[in-house]
Design a protein around this ligand. Structure first.
Ligand SMILES: [Zn+2]
Length: 264
C-alpha cells in the first residue's frame, strides 16, 4: 500500500504543477485544492460557483467577499457545507458529479440571510455567515424589527459609539445580549449611577471631592461634591486602547476633568 500512496502523491504533485503552469501565476489555497482533488466534483462545482455569468452571482457577492474567478465563492460554499473540513469534503466527493448538497447548503444560508435581513449593507460582505446560520437559523426573527435595530446601531457606530461595526449583525441575531461584540463606547446610565453612588459615598467619608481629579488638586473644588448631572462617565483604561465599557473600568469625573482628559 505505501506504493499506491506514493503514486497518488506524485500524481497530485503533477496535477498541481500542470495547473500552475497553465495559470501562469501562484495559486491560492482553493485553487490548489481544486487541482489536488481535480475530478467531476470540482468541475461541476466550478461551473456553478466560479461562473461569473451565473444569475445569482451578484446576490452571492453581496455576502461573500472575493473574486469568483479565483474560487472565492466556491471556497466559502465548501467551508460552509463542510464546517471547515474542506480538504476532507473534497476528498470524499472527488469522483462524484453530484453537487446537490453543496449547492443546497449554500442556497440555504443565502436564503436565510435574505429572509432575516430586509436589505443589504456593504458591511454584510465577508461576514462569517456559515457560522451565524448554524447558530441562529432555527430562531424566529421579525425582519422589520431586525432591520430597524441594525440601522439604529449603525447610526450609533457612525457617531463613534460602537467600534466593531461588522459585529452588529451577530449582536442583533443574538438578541443584543453580548455587548462585547460591539465594543460599545457609552456607559449605560445604570453603570454610571452605580459608580457615582459608590464614589460619592467614599468621597463624603473622606471629606474630598467625588471627582477624583478635583480631589487630588489644590483648588477650591478639592472637596466639592458634584451632582450626578454635573459628572460624566470615563473609561479608566482608554476605550480607544481596548478598555472595556464595563463597571470595573468606569469612573465618574466632573465635566471639566472629563474634557481635559480627552476623548477616550
Ligand atoms: Zn474634577
Amino acid at each position: 500500500m505505501p506504493e499506491a500512496t506514493h503514486d497518488d502523491t506524485e500524481a497530485e504533485i503533477k496535477d498541481w504543477f500542470r495547473t500552475i503552469n497553465i495559470a501562469g501565476k501562484p495559486l491560492n489555497d482553493q485553487e490548489l485544492l481544486n487541482a489536488t482533488y481535480s475530478g467531476p466534483f470540482v468541475t461541476a462545482a466550478k461551473a456553478v460557483f466560479s461562473n461569473s455569468s451565473n444569475a445569482n452571482m451578484q446576490k452571492w457577492k453581496a455576502f461573500v467577499a472575493g473574486d469568483e474567478k479565483r474560487q472565492a465563492i466556491l471556497a466559502k460554499a465548501l467551508e460552509w457545507v463542510s464546517k471547515g473540513d474542506v480538504r476532507d469534503y473534497l476528498k470524499d466527493h472527488r469522483y462524484s458529479s453530484d453537487i446537490t448538497e453543496l449547492t443546497r447548503y449554500f442556497e440555504s444560508v443565502i436564503a436565510w440571510i435574505d429572509g432575516v435581513f430586509k436589505e443589504t449593507r456593504s458591511e454584510m460582505c465577508g461576514i462569517e455567515w456559515g457560522r451565524l446560520y448554524e447558530t441562529y437559523h432555527v430562531q424566529p426573527y421579525d425582519p422589520d424589527k431586525v432591520w430597524e435595530r441594525v440601522e439604529s446601531l449603525f447610526a450609533d457606530a457612525d457617531d463613534g459609539k460602537i467600534q466593531n461595526r461588522r459585529n452588529i449583525f451577530e449582536y442583533v441575531l443574538g438578541g443584543e445580549v453580548d455587548k462585547k461584540l460591539l465594543k460599545v463606547r457609552m456607559f449605560s446610565v445604570e453603570i454610571a449611577r452605580k459608580v457615582y453612588r459608590r464614589q460619592t459615598e467614599e468621597a463624603n467619608a473622606r471629606g474630598v471631592s467625588n471627582c477624583p481629579d478635583c480631589a487630588s488638586g489644590h483648588k477650591a473644588n478639592a472637596s466639592r461634591i458634584y451632582a450626578f448631572s454635573e459628572m460624566e462617565a470615563d473609561h479608566v483604561s482608554a476605550w480607544s486602547r481596548g478598555g472595556d465599557t464595563a463597571e470595573a473600568n468606569c469612573q465618574m469625573l466632573c465635566k471639566h476633568h472629563n474634557r481635559v482628559k480627552g476623548n477616550c
